[in-house]
Design a protein around this ligand. Sequence first.
Ligand code: BES
Ligand code: MN
Ligand code: ZN
Length: 502
Amino acid sequence: MGDVLEIEFEDLDGKLKGTTLVFAGDGLELGSIASDLDKKLGGQIAKAAELDGFGGGGKRHIELLSPAKMPDARIIVAGFEGDSDDKGGWVNTGGRVAGLVAGARSDKATIVVDMVSSSTAPEVAADIAMGALLRQYAFDKYKSQAGNEEDEKNSRRLKKLRVLTAKPDKARDAFRRREAIAKGVTIARDLVNEPANELGPVEFAAECEKLKDLGVEVEILDVEALEELGMRALLGVAQGSARPARVAIMQWHGAKSKRQKPLCFIGKGVCFDTGGISMKPASGMEDMKGDMGGAACVTGLMAALAGREASVNAIGIVGLVENMPSATAQRPGDIVKSMSGQTVEILNTDAEGRLVLCDLLWYAQERFEPRFMINLATLTGAIIVALGKEYAGMFSNDDKLAAQLSAAGEATGEKVWRMPLAKGYDKLIDTPNADMKNIGGRWAGAITAAQFLQRFVKKTPWIHLDVAGVAMASGKTDISRTWASGWGVRLLDELVASDCEK
Ligand code: BES
Ligand code: MN
Ligand code: ZN
């Protein structure tokens, strides 16, 4: 985890200390503070912009080092994307400019947000601060020495950020909930980045238990309890590992009535996926430490909802196992009985995620009768073939819920693309030997996986998100710099905030 970044909001007449960042719109339009600064510097900003062909707007920036009259200052003028009204937009802008100021050789910075209408200023300032927090995240706990120049540059961090804005009190209020959400994203990232030797099912469950500090009720089911419940599909995946399975149940009771039907979020938590006896090839297998990305998102989401005291009842359930080959591992051809009573012929032990999830989906419906349930899983390589790393695959039995989640995706930039479910695909998992088999054929691999899950869904509105392409091995963005993006925490928080808290 990166160092803590202290963020303060101050009035626009606050002092410009440390690295100072101001915005410039198209045509080098400057806000009043930047204009005053330019005047004080005898037009140096305008001159530098001209020299560099910088016309404001967009994603470019210029930098003034040690300007005359302010020899100790470093001033960054960043393009201002004025019309980006969506939340994803301002958070991303915050990440971008935080990256600019953090690259400077000072751990203190001031960002001036004076080019927005005063009615939206608090939200914009808070979004920018949230983007800075997300950008600041690093995973360097296992680096014992600084190393080369690149390392040195990457390790430069801000310690203190001041955001100057028209209504600092309101911005501070607006920031509080965003801080809780960013904390949730951080938890998800930490879990996904952590290597599997350090984070097995038991250790993951211990991380879930920490949510008790936020007022979340946490229950951990051990192997005996899972056997008692009949979760043979889930347990079959874990039986080849020396590390025992766990299921963690995290309940947040934030609604006025404790009886209000809960929302259920369910995560695949395969702490490492070797493929089992149907073993994966060596190349790239290290990525399978992230095969608990769904569970990490659910855990981070629960922390976010509790941290911002969402007025909703929400339950997170994560299935924690390790998929290993060994003398006790399950074999291709084995037939297991799931908690639902349906039997599954295991034709490929590497199609293990669906086996974990099917028991959790059943359990969630039996015990909680949820208003809806959403599961997240790094389920198939096929979804990466279909959608790459831009969108997660969304499968649903409920058009309204699917539309709401799509909208939340556009608002946060964590986008989902709906994929089909249909009888014709469903029959691809029929087998003569049991109620179903755990793989389809070569075609439509992400869809047959979803069809498998749907056989465990009754009438409950349900979404399956296949996050194999987005939860891990993520590219660098303005707000995410590590292997784990923490994808989905902001998306689901947004769904809860805009569609469930009324
Ligand atoms: N965890 C993998 C899916 C995966 C692949 C996630 C790449 C992230 C990146 C999953 O358990 C798996 O192995 N799926 C198989 C299913 C197949 C055997 C039907 C796959 O996608 O190849
Ligand atoms: Mn697998
Ligand atoms: Zn897997």
